[in-house]
Design a protein around this ligand. Structure first.
Ligand code: ATP
Ligand code: MG
Length: 386
């Protein structure tokens, strides 16, 4: 945002005044040049974390090992990271050591893609050592340096290439693409949590179909959970949020466990399970009880998916309107509780009570029982004679 940019350039001015080099780097530069919304404005500097802390009043250490300091002086919190190079990569996933350096060029050289390796020293002074602007204009994702080496260093970069290609609708440059094919198997060294984080972005990107094609064509999919046999179905699908994307991916794979194989949270696993349930009911029509039991977001995702895969006559609006028009929205809205049933019957609690409450809920939801204490009492005394 503009506010973040203003704060970042104030941070940069202060660092430069203190004699250090400082720039905006990475995604913010790329997105500004593309004219798309910027979410985080990151600053990089030649000052060490310790030096950065002496320049500002209010700072928080947020990533000692990476040398990241959060600067709070300018209203908007700004992350300031010391220029660094990365040492050798013994395990294809993280550098064995990180060295702080004072030369911006060295910091830019370790970055993954040319479009991500540009810096702004001021609003008008762009540092572009690897042709990032040309690649932005040509809509190309190209590794900085020798692609195969860069992927051998950190295999996650191959998924990042897929992510940026899908997010920006860019092609992967030929040598970068060839290197992905060659190094695909290195993906097995990457923690599934990092892979999941890339997938969160891939499944809700503007071009997930492009991403899935790339994953299959490069052979990366071989090293990922899932069969990737039904990727054609991604054509034309666009999810607003990653949960819907995961539900769709899981549905295409006919595997409700897919999300857990990517170590999705319990909440994410539950969401996918619920979408599967909702999809089952959408083949005909959901009952009032089914509409009641599942959340709006679940119906939203399920209806979107159903309409994409089988063109149902349910619209999201209809489903949500029918749900909203149910006589009650929560169990608490029932005019009576088990307490009244116990009092009216003079019985002790037991399995019958649970059963009676279920019947009541279903009856109220489908309109056969009016949600009114007297009416419910009449129904109860008729149906539950002791
Ligand atoms: P987004 O807008 O999606 O956050 P981003 O470009 O900011 O995109 P981040 O993952 O936030 O992407 O990383 C910030 C920057 O750090 C990147 O632009 C890139 O320069 C660098 N970077 C991140 N991860 C890697 C990596 N694995 N290898 C090399 N450089 C990386
Ligand atoms: Mg970012």
């Amino acid at each position: 945002t503009t506010m973040q940019f203003d704060a970042a350039f104030k941070v940069i001015d202060a660092l430069q005044l203190a004699g250090y080099d400082a720039v905006v780097v990475g995604g913010a530069v790329r997105d500004t040049l593309l004219g798309v919304p910027v979410h985080d404005v990151d600053v990089a500097t030649s000052a060490t974390p310790k030096q950065t802390k002496t320049v500002f009043q209010k700072t928080v250490d947020i990533g000692i090992e990476h040398g990241t300091i959060l600067v709070l002086d300018m209203g908007e919190p700004i992350e300031v990271t010391t220029f660094r190079t990365e040492g050798t990569y013994a395990d294809h996933r993280r550098p064995d050591n990180v060295d702080f350096v004072t030369d911006l060029a060295e910091d830019l050289r370790r970055r993954d893609f040319t479009i991500n390796a540009m810096a702004l020293r001021s609003k008008t002074d762009i540092v572009d050592l690897f042709g990032g602007q040309d690649d932005l204009a040509a809509h190309i994702v190209r590794a900085v340096g020798v692609a195969e080496e860069r992927f051998a260093e950190d295999a996650l970069r191959m998924l990042r290439a897929v992510r940026f290609s899908a997010k920006l609708n860019f092609d992967v440059e030929q040598q970068t693409y060839t290197a992905m094919k060659k190094r695909a198997a290195d993906l097995r060294f990457i923690a599934i949590e990092r892979i999941k984080a890339e997938f969160d972005q891939i499944v809700r990107s503007g071009q997930p179909y492009r991403a899935f094609q790339l994953l299959v064509d490069t052979g990366l999919s071989t090293y990922l959970p899932g069969s990737f046999q039904t990727i054609e179905q991604w054509r034309g699908f666009k999810a607003q949020d990653s949960l819907t994307g995961w539900a769709f991916f899981s549905y295409l794979e006919q595997d409700v466990q897919l999300i857990s194989r990517y170590r999705g949270s319990n909440k994410e696993q539950r969401f996918v399970k619920h979408v599967f349930q909702a999809l089952q009911t959408l083949k005909t029509a959901p009952t009032p009880r089914e509409l009641f039991d599942l959340d709006e977001v679940v119906w939203q995702a399920a209806t979107m998916i159903a309409n994409h895969v089988w063109q149902t006559n349910h619209t999201v609006e209809d489903i949500l309107a029918t749900k909203a028009a149910l006589p009650i929205q929560q169990k608490n809205d029932l005019a009576v509780t088990g307490k009244e049933f116990l009092a009216w019957s003079g019985q002790k609690g037991g399995p019958w009570l649970k059963e009676a409450l279920q019947q009541l809920l279903n009856g109220v939801l489908d309109g056969t029982i009016l949600n009114d204490e007297q009416h419910i009492r009449g129904w109860f005394e008729r149906e539950w004679k002791f």
